[in-house]
Write a protein of this length. Structure first.
Length: 77
């Protein structure tokens, strides 16, 4: 996948997860309630994390080492 495809998926999945989170907040659904919305949110979060990982790798491949500022602490030493 190229950068544009991965960014598109990250945006789509972010929107999907945000929609579910907002819906749960409106309904005041407790976090411990493991209903359909929770399962959908967990699945969306898992997919989002996967594409975020791909995005990170694409950025690292394009920009090389030592380019991070905000997320520098997120990388292994």
């Amino acid at each position: 996948m190229d950068l544009q495809e991965v960014l598109t998926k990250v945006a789509e999945l972010s929107h999907e997860e945000l929609h579910i989170v907002r819906k749960r907040a409106e309904q005041k659904t407790p976090a411990r309630e493991h209903g359909q919305d929770f399962a959908e949110m967990r699945h969306a979060a898992d997919r989002l994390d996967h594409y975020a990982y791909l995005l990170r790798n694409l950025h690292d491949n394009e920009f090389g080492a030592h380019w991070r500022h905000e997320s520098q602490s997120d990388t292994a030493p």
